[in-house]
Design a protein around this ligand. Structure first.
Ligand SMILES: Cc1ncc(COP(=O)(O)O)c(C=O)c1O
Length: 383
């Protein structure tokens, strides 16, 4: 009654947030929160910043931090203007919220792949946008690939925005340069913008990742969403940013959120991270690759599973259709009976049905225990 009386009506259309504490005996591979602890210098930089008086308003964000972000983009051969093209946000979620707030009018269509990261839809719907799904291509080995033709079919004259996630959560695939070029052509035909969520950019395994900013024709209609959450295992420190054209940045800046949402001393620590954090990233990458080798091999030996190796990211998205259970039922029972938490594929869209997402965010000995439990559970249900 209170909700209906007082809440903004768009909020009532959104699913209620489920909050749960994971019991100690449950292995949580359901959430993409990297388990790595920060190098010591991050805490030192943070403390130093506070002691040095970096504790005041930071209206447009620390200019030095934005310059450091521009410098980071040079490694992709991309030149950006730190003042006019970088907007600091509270993680990628903060970026997504601001982009939708800036662009979406009620009735605007937003095309997103199926499957896709769950966080896009609620932010589109909240501003009255209409979600149109573009199914990805599913291959015989259970892996997914981008499907530009299906995006072409999904766009209409009402499409304002096309969202891609590259590298992709949950499927672990990446877009090739020619796929990106085709995507830009489609967007240009309909005069739509493209939001490219590239927060897994550092976790591309065999092939190099191509950022949409590298395609010259894309620059005037592209919004890149980035985050420190996965790159530096910073999920709790909430640092993200948007890279876009000066014109689009100008619109996004008008969203009345006021002061830069990243606390001032954390921006100082973020500068240090961009300068000195790459050894830490390399260590994480080596560890993720070991985890992928280990888990893919083991999961493929389990009855009922087909587990392709991801091209990028630290997620596995095995095909579980051999278990004859819906992904929701499988995940629920696995949590209850085997005490392993995974994310049901149907949450990412109807194309995700028959899959589960496993986040490799635990050390190998814990993954081994989790996979032993999964193996035992599958043998039990397939008896
Ligand atoms: C594709 C994608 N985008 C955005 C986010 C949100 O990230 P952040 O912690 O930076 O808000 C996530 C988090 O898992 C994600 O997987």
């Amino acid at each position: 009654v209170i909700a209906e009386k007082y809440a903004r009506k768009e909020l009532l259309n959104l699913p209620r947030r489920i909050r749960f504490d994971v019991p100690r005996d449950v292995i949580n591979l359901g959430v993409g929160d990297p388990d790595f602890n920060q190098p010591k210098f991050v805490a030192e930089e943070l403390a130093k910043a506070v002691l040095e008086g970096y504790t005041h308003y930071s209206f447009g964000g620390d200019p030095e931090f934005k310059r450091e972000i521009a410098r980071y983009y040079e490694k992709f051969g991309v030149k950006i203007n730190p003042e006019s093209q970088v907007i600091l946000t509270s993680g990628a979620i903060g970026a997504l919220f601001r982009v939708m707030a800036a662009l979406i009018n009620p009735g605007d269509q937003v095309v997103i792949p199926d499957p896709a990261f769950t966080g896009y839809i609620s932010r589109i719907v909240f501003f009255g946008g209409e979600v149109v799904r573009a199914p990805m291509r599913k291959l015989m080995d259970g892996s997914f690939k981008p499907n530009i033709e299906s995006i072409r079919r999904a766009v209409t004259d009402r499409t304002k925005l096309i969202i891609i996630c590259n590298p992709d959560n949950p499927t672990g695939c990446m877009y090739t340069r020619s796929e990106l070029e085709e995507l830009v052509e489609i967007a240009a035909e309909k005069d739509a913008l493209i939001l490219s969520d590239e927060i897994y950019v550092e976790f591309a395994w065999k092939n190099r990742h191509v950022t949409l900013m590298e395609i010259p024709e894309a620059r005037e209609r592209t919004i890149i969403v980035m985050s420190f959450s996965k790159t530096f295992a910073w999920t709790g420190l909430r640092v993200g940013f948007i890279i876009t054209s000066p014109e689009i940045a100008e619109i996004i800046r008008r969203v009345p959120i006021g002061v830069s949402p990243i606390p001032t001393p954390i921006q100082r620590a973020a500068i240090a991270m961009l300068r000195r954090g790459w050894k830490f990233v390399d260590e994480m990458k080596r560890e993720y690759e070991k985890r992928i080798d280990f888990a893919v091999k083991r999961l493929n030996e389990i009855p009922g599973f087909k587990c392709p190796r991801p091209e990028a990211t630290f997620y596995l998205f095995p095909d579980i259709s051999g278990t004859k259970m819906s992904s929701e039922e499988y995940a629920r029972k696995l949590a209850k009976e085997a005490k392993v938490l995974v994310s049901p594929g149907s949450r990412y869209g109807s194309m995700g049905e028959g899959h589960i997402r496993i986040a490799l965010v635990k050390p190998i000995n814990v993954l081994e225990e989790a996979i032993n439990r999964i193996e035992k559970f599958n043998k039990e249900i397939l008896k």
